[in-house]
Every structure is written in C-alpha cells, then in structure tokens.
Design a protein around this ligand. Structure first.
Ligand code: ADP
Ligand code: MG
Length: 317
C-alpha cells in the first residue's frame, strides 16, 4: 500500500454527500460553496502523540475525539460545522490502526453531517491536524468579547469528569463502571452543537471549556474587558468528581479541562427567552455567576464571603 492507495482506501471512502461540496477529495484542492447570507468560520487544532493523546489509545478514539474537539470550537462561535480537512502524519502504514482510525473519523463526522473534503498524508512521528469549517448566518457569530456587567454567566453541563478521567487513566483500583463512564467523558466528548440556535439568538459571549472553567471564563473577561463573580455552590460538578475528589471537587471543575461544555453569558433581559428556548428542546443549563465591571475572577459563597480566584487551566499530561 502506498500513500495514494492509503488515501483512497481509508479516507476517500468516507464518502459523505453534501450539496455544498463541489469538489471533495481527489483533486489539487477542494471546492466548496458557502450558503448565501452566511459567513464561513475556520479553526484548526494539531494533536501530537504523547502530548495531546497517547499512541496506546484505540485509533478509533483518537480520531473521534479529534473531530469532537474541533466541532466544539465551531459550536462556541455559534456556528454549524460542515467540512473538515485532515493532515495526518504516520510513522508507518499500519492497516489495522488505519481501519480503526478511519472508522472513528467516519462515525464522528456522520454525527454532525460533516464532510471530509481533503487533507495531506505524510510520514513522521504520529500527529494529526484537523481544519474545520462552519457556517453561521451573517452578523450572528458569537465572540468572546460581548460580555457586559450585569450579564449572567451559564455553563451547559457538569464539569470535572474529563479531568478526573486523565488522573485515573493509569489506575487499576477504580470501579470498572466508573472507569468506563470517565473514559467516555474524555475520549468521546459531546460538543454542544445543540445549543447553537439558542445561543445565537440570545447569548452575548461564549467559549468552550477546553482548559478549565476559570481559565476559559478569564478569556471571555479579558476579551470583554470585564470581570466575573461566580457562585461556587451553583457550579455543576460531575457526580464522580464529587465522589472521588470530595473537598477538591470544585477545584477540579474550575481548573480541569477537556469537558467541552460551553460557558456563555446572557443579558439579564434575554435570560427568560434563552431559558424558554432551551426548555423547548429539553436542554438544561446552569446559572453560575454574573459579569462585573471590576476585572478578575471572584468566588462568592452563600454566606456572602468573597474570594479572589486565580484562573488556572489543567495541563493535560
Ligand atoms: P497533492 O500531491 O496535490 O498535494 P495529495 O496526493 O497530497 O495531493 O492528495 C490527493 C488528494 O487526497 C487531495 O484531494 C487531498 O486533499 C486528499 N488527501 C490527502 N491526504 C488526505 C487525508 N489524510 N485525508 C483526506 N484527504 C486526503
Ligand atoms: Mg497537487
């Protein structure tokens, strides 16, 4: 098998028909059609073996997770994912590995109706770079810079599970079912594309939680030139984080990454519309704080005590 038959067998076969792909894999460049009245969003992520993932992982999970992580960036912008390109560097041609990898890629792309439109294949230390494209109606893209004092801060789900999974990767002394649940959190994150229409309509700023709530919320605050006050008792924690981390559980949620939930802000006068829109589609989100004028992050307890919070992100390995 050479480079060209490899591409044909494992990647060109991931056929997915979208009307907006004029030319897909097989020519010198892909040719795509952006929907009238829409804007194109582009984002890329490089994942290196032993840095962002372990080469001992199932290749299915490596591919699946890479897609989900990229989709999450597009969702955080209030856009819908549509096309990806894959630059893949392989140490050698390992057919069983490629079979698993392309199956993971295919399943992940199919979940969100995304087409693989091209890429590059080279030999070297294992790494992959995905470039993802998304579309949003003109002028409706969500940025990090739109938060203003008084806007409410929300997160879209329980936090800390993926960070806990990282610390449990090498441990054998954890309940098998718990291991399974946590591994799934880390390897198969669920990017919140389901929130996109509602966020586009009502949110003022958004970010996906890849590095940890405090670090990612700080990005919103810096871009928007504001600060934030969080209510620690309202931050939703993954039940297994509570179980295994006890008093440290909140810390896991604040500084643990890889959950790929969204953190967003909403003006107070749009909050009820946002919640009604989520209720209609059966989505639950959690109010965790409020944007304030004074820069920096603070934690405010129910008894009124207020602590400065130094933003901290989880470093993967
Ligand atoms: P060129 O030599 O013109 O750069 P390549 O031989 O690298 O072209 O690629 C041939 C076709 O296969 C192109 O359409 C390219 O986008 C696609 N391709 C190459 N590698 C991949 C990959 N890993 N996944 C998807 N498509 C790929
Ligand atoms: Mg060429």
């Amino acid at each position: 098998m050479n480079e060209f038959s490899l591409i044909k067998h494992y990647f060109k076969s991931i056929l997915h028909h979208r009307d907006d792909v004029v030319i897909g894999i097989g020519d010198d460049a892909a040719c795509l059609r952006v929907q009238t009245g829409h804007e194109l969003l582009v984002s890329c992520d490089t994942l290196l073996a032993e840095v962002h993932f372990l080469s001992s992982w199932d290749a299915y999970d490596i591919a699946y997770r890479a897609v989900m992580v990229n989709v999450s960036d597009i969702a955080a912008m209030g856009a819908t994912p549509c096309w990806v390109m894959l630059a893949l560097t392989l140490p050698a041609i390992n057919e069983p590995w490629l079979q698993r990898f392309s199956q993971g890629l295919r399943d992940a792309l199919q979940r969100f109706n995304i087409a693989l439109i091209g890429g590059d294949t080279t030999r070297g230390p294992l790494s992959l770079t995905l470039t993802i494209h998304g579309m949003a109606p003109e002028g409706q893209v969500l940025q990090r810079c739109g938060a203003q004092p008084g806007h409410r801060i929300y997160v879209s789900g329980e936090l800390g599970g993926a960070a806990l999974a990282v610390t449990f990767l090498a441990r054998q002394d954890i309940d098998v079912n718990h291991q399974k649940i946590l591994k799934k959190k880390l390897l198969h994150p669920q990017p919140r594309v389901d929130l996109v229409p509602t966020l586009r309509a009502f949110a003022s700023a958004a970010i996906d939680i890849s590095d940890g709530l405090s670090a990612d919320l700080q990005h919103i605050c810096e871009s928007s030139q504001v600060g934030a006050c969080l209510y620690p008792d309202s931050i939703p924690l993954h039940p297994l984080v509570k179980k295994y981390q006890g008093v440290n559980a909140l810390d896991f949620a604040l500084s643990g990454g890889d959950d790929y939930e969204l953190c967003f802000t909403v003006p107070a006068d749009k909050e009820s519309q946002l919640l009604a829109s989520f209720a209609k589609v059966g989505v639950r989100c959690f109010p965790i704080g409020v944007i304030e004028e004074r820069p920096g992050l603070r934690l405010k307890k129910v008894n009124g005590d207020c602590l400065e919070l130094v933003p901290r992100g989880y470093s993967h390995f």
